[in-house]
Design a protein around this ligand. Structure first.
Ligand SMILES: NC(=O)c1ccc[n+]([C@@H]2O[C@H](COP(=O)([O-])OP(=O)(O)OC[C@H]3O[C@@H](n4cnc5c(N)ncnc54)[C@H](O)[C@@H]3O)[C@@H](O)[C@H]2O)c1
Ligand SMILES: O=C(O)CC[C@@H](O)C(=O)O
Length: 417
């Protein structure tokens, strides 16, 4: 995350005059396009991600941006984003966006916090069984005419221990499914969590690694989780245990995992996420894990079910359109939260400003100098910005909006009616 650097001000207000444009990347589900078109947006959809420099160019005149996990949004991507009102991360993870940069540019980021949770949990349960029965290797053998009927190294999952690192939405949902198979569930989290069913928290990561037959990672990509599973941690896992990573590729040291598998310390692995991933569907992907027995490799599809993608498309598009229409920031991951019903017959001014003393005084002086009546006013702040939602008489909204946009503390101001 960057430190707070504000865009140049004063700015020009964004009026409710359109045409309004949305750019959706990475094959976002068609339900999002349908919803935004119904709101009057011109929608451009691309199947792949964009690199930061290209994204910066494509954001000129764009009001809503939709991404998934491949498109990164660093500060340099926002240099031409004067019109960008919000970013929708059509997924759970938001680590691909510089949230501080978006915040200081007055851009809330909305995600779908649990629309694909079940999809990931079900895939991981399947991988536990696939790995413990070495199903992919047996199937690959029969596909090539080999008949290898063996029980050695194959086990039931009933009574085995699943160690979950990160007991959040996915981890806890996974624990419930694993218990339904008769597994013993342990979890390690840096926060205190309510254990579901008979799952049990362990105090340290080492304790989980020492006891688990399967270790599965469900943590966000943070500085604190970067390479948290390295050679030292892998060596602390039980001999023959399996590792599953469907979180982020930066969490596991792939080279150390490959070495542990080749040395037969670990009995198998399932990996869905990688340190570097292609921007779109392509050929030629390479990872050190290719060719190692009992290793399941998938192309970041944990959340890729029709049900999850449809649900994500609707959920994030709903957040974006509600923000566009009313300024509601409920659910935004990087913004002060305000949600207020529109007042019939008024215009609403949405103002994002630098959070320094005197801004509200300056704004209210503008309102009083124009003899405007404030029907409603809500302010919420964080360490960088203030977010003000103000409902005024329609005949004064434009001059008030223009004057606020002229303040040197202004970041983004617009009128919704
Ligand atoms: N492979 C996929 O397609 C796919 C799909 C969805 C989510 N994900 C990834 O999975 C991650 C988890 O998703 P979620 O919805 O469960 O998130 P969540 O925020 O509900 O849960 C994450 C949990 O990890 C814990 N945590 C953070 N740092 C930790 C640490 N150092 N050690 C142990 N626990 C730690 C948090 O306290 C939290 O309980 C997402 O951030 C995303 O990156 C991947
Ligand atoms: O679908 C994607 O690109 C991301 C899926 C997953 O990693 C998420 O963060 O929800």
């Amino acid at each position: 995350m960057s430190t707070a650097r504000f865009p140049p001000s004063p700015t020009r207000p964004i009026l409710n005059e359109g045409p309004f444009r949305a750019l959706l990347l990475e094959n976002i589900h068609p339900s999002a396009e349908e919803m935004l078109k119904a709101e009057g947006f011109q929608v451009e959809r691309l199947s792949s991600a964009l690199k930061p420099a290209e994204l910066a160019e494509r954001l000129k005149g764009v009001h809503l941006l939709g991404i998934r996990s491949k498109t990164t949004v660093p500060p340099e991507s926002l240099v031409h984003a004067e019109d960008l009102l919000a970013i929708g991360a059509f997924c759970i993870g938001t680590n691909q966006v510089d949230l501080t940069a978006a915040n200081t540019h007055g851009i809330p980021v909305f995600n779908a916090p649990f629309s694909n949770t079940r999809s990931v949990a079900e895939m991981v349960v399947a991988e536990v069984i696939v790995l413990t029965r070495q199903l992919f290797d047996r199937s690959r053998e029969v596909h090539t005419g080999q008949w290898r009927k063996v029980a050695t190294g194959s086990h039931e999952v009933r009574g085995k221990t699943l160690g979950i690192i990160g007991y959040g939405h996915i981890g806890s949902q996974l624990g419930v499914l694993a218990e339904s198979l008769g597994m013993r569930v342990l979890y390690f989290d840096v926060m205190t969590k309510l254990p579901l069913g008979n799952s049990r928290a362990v105090a340290t990561l080492d304790e989980l690694l020492a006891q688990s037959d399967f270790v599965t990672l469900h943590v966000p990509a943070l500085t604190s989780t970067h390479m948290m599973m390295g050679a030292e941690q892998l060596a602390k896992m039980k001999k023959g245990a399996c590792l599953i990573n469907a979180s982020r590729g930066t969490v596991v040291d792939i080279a150390a995992l490959a070495a542990s598998l080749r040395s037969k310390h670990l009995g198998g692995a399932a990996v869905d996420v990688y340190p570097e991933e292609p921007e779109g569907n392509s050929d030629g992907f390479v990872t050190e894990l290719q060719g190692i027995p009992n290793v399941v490799l998938t192309p970041h599809i944990g959340g890729s079910t029709e049900e999850a993608q449809a649900s994500i498309g609707k959920e994030v598009a709903t957040s974006l359109s509600k923000f566009f229409r009313t300024g509601a920031t409920t659910g935004a991951v990087n913004f002060p939260m305000v949600e207020a019903p529109l007042i019939p017959g008024t215009h609403r001014i949405l103002n994002v400003h630098r959070n320094i003393p005197g801004v509200l005084r300056d704004i209210n002086r503008i309102v009083s100098d124009l003899n405007a009546n404030i029907h409603a006013q809500v302010l919420s702040t964080d360490s960088n910005i203030g977010y003000l939602v103000m409902d005024l008489d329609q005949d004064v909204s434009r001059p008030v909006c223009d004057a606020i946009a002229g303040l040197t503390t202004d970041i983004k101001t617009r009128i919704v009616s």
